[in-house]
Design a protein around this ligand. Structure first.
Ligand SMILES: C[S@@+](CC[C@H](N)C(=O)[O-])C[C@H]1O[C@@H](n2cnc3c(N)ncnc32)[C@H](O)[C@@H]1O
Length: 457
């Protein structure tokens, strides 16, 4: 692969080598010093895997282009990888990359039932089960829409569901996403650059040049000769790391519990399958309270919010509504926590005692369960504190309950927010969010601002 990349004008490869590391597995070692920010490696556009490259392939391209509606980005890339792998000759460079890919993955979709059971109750458990079904459905659709129609390109024995699942996991665990100058985004796999492991300690250091189309890796921290080189896959919680990449970071600061709205409010007629992430830094996002407040409105609450229109329920509506909402939420979180196969304290004991073999699937699943339970406990505690505030009567003022302060558009939590100068009621992290939110906010802003005026008159 290295000689093919060098011939294709990749740069930086002479200072790097593949190596096995005891803690993170195969990755790349530097053979010289690099200071943070220095360019280490450039992989030219011509050798990347992208949807455009797949479409440009003289054999695969026409088959893909004739498929309407087009395949998803991940399905296109997975099909491209399998197609190249299935070719006995030609594509020598790309095939040398495919030959260097792992033969199997440890994403949670490959877990045995008993391994997955270790994290029963987690959002990862639910997502993995859903994903299993989704992969089956997507594979059937792919066979129907593409493989069966072009049997000469996609021999059955090389495009089985196992092959498809492997190729999907290749994409999930190795693809990089970038925003392009025109606002579009691109997803790509870059040979050799995809050999770099993740470290939360490295700064984000992989960059895509939208004009040349080249992918470069810069030093995300200072390196000495012989060090393992890292990139940063992003601020991902363990449940996502395990689902997409097949590993976890113990003590991950980005832990989250993906609250399936459906779980909470299906019973109330609000059926949505999307999720809200509860995190260690934002254990009780505004949107959760907002949904529940609306769901539990009675007639007098309705009258209170009538003037506020679309911004209704961003803040407390009435004490009675708030007490009901918070009480319901606390109960629901108790239920969710009860649903975990192994409770937090027990898991902590098991991990200390070495009950799970470190780095194995069950050990990773245990870490996900630990992280999600910690987040849920924090959400419960935050909710209990809010309830105590309302019940003690100290939360009577509208807005008192809505700490921490958040941007009304992107919901970023910050102390340096600017207020809407007109109504003085909502806050933004910057001008861009204020402008983007104006349409939604306008009616409430006008109603509030004119209310202030009439009080003055
Ligand atoms: C982009 S690839 C990196 C190269 C990969 N190690 C290889 O040998 O092909 C991502 C995969 O590397 C492994 N990986 C990356 N960072 C890791 C880490 N910090 N700890 C354990 N495994 C890691 C995971 O298997 C993940 O799916």
């Amino acid at each position: 692969m290295k000689s093919w990349l060098k011939q294709s004008r990749a740069s930086g490869l002479d200072d790097l080598e593949l190596a096995d590391f005891s803690d993170t597995g195969r990755s790349v070692r530097t053979l010289q010093r690099f200071d943070e920010g220095e360019k280490i490696l450039t992989i030219p556009h011509g050798v990347l895997w992208t949807v455009k490259h797949a479409y440009a392939d003289p054999f695969l391209g026409p088959a893909l282009l004739s498929t309407r509606p087009p395949l998803s980005v991940d399905d296109t890339l997975a099909t491209y990888i399998l197609f190249v792998r299935s070719c006995g000759s030609g594509y020598d460079g790309l095939r040398s990359h495919v030959a260097a890919l792992p033969a199997s993955y440890t994403s949670s979709v490959f877990f045995a039932e008993a391994e997955l059971e270790v994290c029963a109750g987690t959002s990862l458990y639910t997502t993995t089960k859903q994903l299993d079904r989704q992969i089956e459905d997507d594979y059937k659709a792919l066979v129907e829409r593409l493989f069966r129609r072009h049997q000469e390109l996609f021999p059955r024995d090389k495009f089985t569901i196992e092959d498809y699942k492997w190729a999907l996991c290749t994409v999930w665990s190795r693809a990089m996403d970038f925003k392009l100058p025109d606002g579009d985004s691109t997803r790509l796999l870059a040979p050799f650059a995809d050999m770099l492991n993740h470290s939360p300690e490295a700064k984000q250091c992989h960059v895509y040049d939208g004009f040349s189309g080249n992918l470069s890796v810069l030093a995300g921290k200072n390196y000495g000769s012989g060090d393992q080189l890292f990139i940063n896959y992003g601020p991902l919680p363990n449940n996502r790391l395990l689902r997409l990449y097949g590993f976890v970071v113990p003590g991950n600061r980005n832990e989250s519990y993906d609250l399936q709205k459906q779980k909470l409010w299906l019973s109330s007629g609000l059926d949505s399958t999307s999720t809200i992430s509860l995190t260690l830094t934002d254990p009780l996002p505004r949107s959760v309270l907002r949904y529940l407040r609306i769901q539990r409105l009675n007639e007098s609450d309705l009258a209170i919010i009538a003037a506020h229109q679309s911004d209704a329920a961003v803040e407390k509506i009435s004490d009675s509504n708030e007490v009901e909402v918070l009480g319901f939420l606390i109960e629901s979180i108790f239920d969710l926590l009860d649903g975990f196969g192994t409770q937090l304290v027990k898991l902590e004991e098991q991990l200390v005692e070495g009950f799970y073999s470190p780095g194995g699937n069950a050990w990773s699943a245990a870490h996900v369960s630990l992280g999600e339970q910690r987040v849920l406990r924090l959400t419960r505690k935050t909710t209990e504190d809010l309830l105590a505030t309302v019940e003690s009567g100290s939360g009577n003022e509208r807005g008192l309950l809505s700490a921490p302060p958040q941007c009304a558009k992107c919901e970023k939590v910050s102390v340096q927010l600017m207020r809407c100068g007109r109504c003085n009621k909502v806050t933004y992290c910057g001008r861009a969010c204020q402008v983007a939110h104006y349409k939604e906010h306008k009616a409430m802003c006008q109603a509030t601002a004119s209310g202030i005026g009439s009080e003055r008159n």
